[in-house]
Design a protein around this ligand. Structure first.
Ligand SMILES: C[S@@+](CC[C@H](N)C(=O)[O-])C[C@H]1O[C@@H](n2cnc3c(N)ncnc32)[C@H](O)[C@@H]1O
Length: 241
């Protein structure tokens, strides 16, 4: 029996109309959909794709063993996540070996800070693998905030707010335009780095971009802690044309 194909599909930043036609076709034809989620939640990618999943499609929940309970600095974080990705890859591998296709749903684009990459790395050399790109959270957010980002030769820098403060400051100073993701408890650190690099007044905060009740406002109006679905946009330097 021929093995199934492993499809990795980006489902965009939240609005269910922001999937590509190819993503919709692949999801609608899926015998099995897999998705990451918290143990007590439906899963963001699963929620976005809801209207495209057929009632007969089998679902494989890949529930993270923890989310914010362990720090990335803790060695146990890496050991346990490694084991979790191994087990998830094994579960998908068994289905593929039995001849069924598996569609892994991923928020935004799968290859931009996506957990999907860890399963791609484990499975792509054994199984036929097909990747469908998705609209990233940052592009959904800058469209929602009506914020043009890069002009002419502007350099765009994508930063995780988890970086040490001096590194954040250094990148923000050097880049023309920047997007800062994974904010959470790092907001005060990010605000200080934005202020010291002279970018605070231009920086725009976007929460739940393209999702229901999404909004944006200046970073100067932000609270100390930001939710998971949030990022900061620093627009380019707007060369005169
Ligand atoms: C693990 S990364 C996933 C990125 C995703 N693969 C992409 O292509 O954009 C998660 C981060 O993306 C950002 N994010 C994802 N969806 C978002 C949304 N709808 N609005 C604002 N930020 C979002 C947040 O900064 C969050 O911490």
């Amino acid at each position: 029996m021929a093995a199934g194909t492993f499809y990795v599909v980006g489902v965009g930043p939240g609005d269910p109309e922001l999937l590509t036609m190819r993503a919709v076709r692949v999801i609608q034809n899926a015998p099995v959909v897999a998705y990451f989620c918290r143990h007590d939640k439906k899963g963001h990618a699963r929620t976005i794709a809801d209207r495209y999943i057929r009632p007969t499609t089998r679902e494989l929940r890949l529930a993270y063993p923890f989310t914010t309970e362990l720090s990335v600095a803790d060695p146990a974080y890496h050991t346990r996540m490694h084991a979790f990705y191994d087990k998830s890859a094994q579960d998908i591998s068994s289905i593929l070996t039995n001849g069924q296709d598996v569609v892994l749903l991923c928020e935004g684009d799968p290859f931009l800070y996506g957990s999907a990459m860890y399963l791609f790395d484990r499975l792509c050399s054994t199984f036929k693998t097909d990747v469908t790109p998705g609209i990233t959270a940052m592009s959904g957010c800058w469209a929602q905030a009506r914020q043009p980002m890069t002009h002419g030769d502007d350099v765009l820098c994508v930063l995780p707010a988890t970086l040490p403060e001096p590194e954040l400051e250094n990148w923000l100073e050097r880049a023309d335009a920047a997007v800062v993701m994974k904010i959470g408890r790092n907001m005060p650190k990010l605000q200080r780095a934005l202020a010291r690099s002279g970018r605070l007044d231009d920086a725009q905060y976007v929460e739940r971009g393209t999702q229901e009740n999404g909004f944006s406002h200046p970073v100067t109006d932000c609270a100390e802690k930001a939710p998971y679905f949030s990022l900061v946009l620093v627009p380019g330097r707007k060369g005169v044309r």
